[in-house]
Design a protein around this ligand. Sequence first.
Ligand code: F6R
Length: 230
Amino acid sequence: MSRKAALMTASQIILKPNSVLGLATGDTPRGMYQELINMYKNNEIDFSDIVTFNLDEYYGLPPDNPRSYHYYMENTFFNKINIKDENSHIPDGNAKEIKKHCREYEFKIKNHGGIDLQILGIVSNGHIGFNEPADRLNVKTDIVELSEETIEANSRFFNSKNNIPKRTISVGMATILKAKRILLLASGSKKAEAIRDTVSGYIDPKVPSSFLQLHNSVILIIDKKAAKLL
Ligand code: F6R
């Protein structure tokens, strides 16, 4: 899965060296990042002109906190390839004027011509980015309250549920859906219901990923366990 995802991402960069990539964190894309690092080390791919925008960041975590997505991206990927510092963007969980920061993040994505390829992971409740199941979903980058399900799923990174920030900054649904191509990665039976509801359920804000059915270029890279309810 990681190799396939990396090959698709690499082909995007080879076809358009100044591609704008939307990136995800979490456990799922780790292997893909490692494959891309390997390709870079083998001189198969050049990241010097790519621009990246991460999907999300925990509210209140400074970039040097080992649980922040800044820290994850630096140590999992950015430090190991030749991306320019000024070309990688991650929402700032510590921004003073948070609403203004969200608006500016959105504006930067637009100014770079939008996302060419968006990488997504998914949680069992169908959240993408940190757009959680709700009656209404955010259109643009904004502050989001985490659901109990996500707090449960992600507390593995924080030792205990009490330590995980309960709010995040996440790009909105329209920001994701405006990406030219989307790659959704999922593995394991915990994600099977979410994958079924993503591709074959109603379009429902209670399953944010179901909105991907409105997009005309989404590729799912999933294993047999995640696909078992299809
Ligand atoms: C992280 C993100 C999240 C994760 C999701 C799955 O940037 O956008 O939506 O993709 O929480 O996480 P893992 O891969 O750890 O199961």
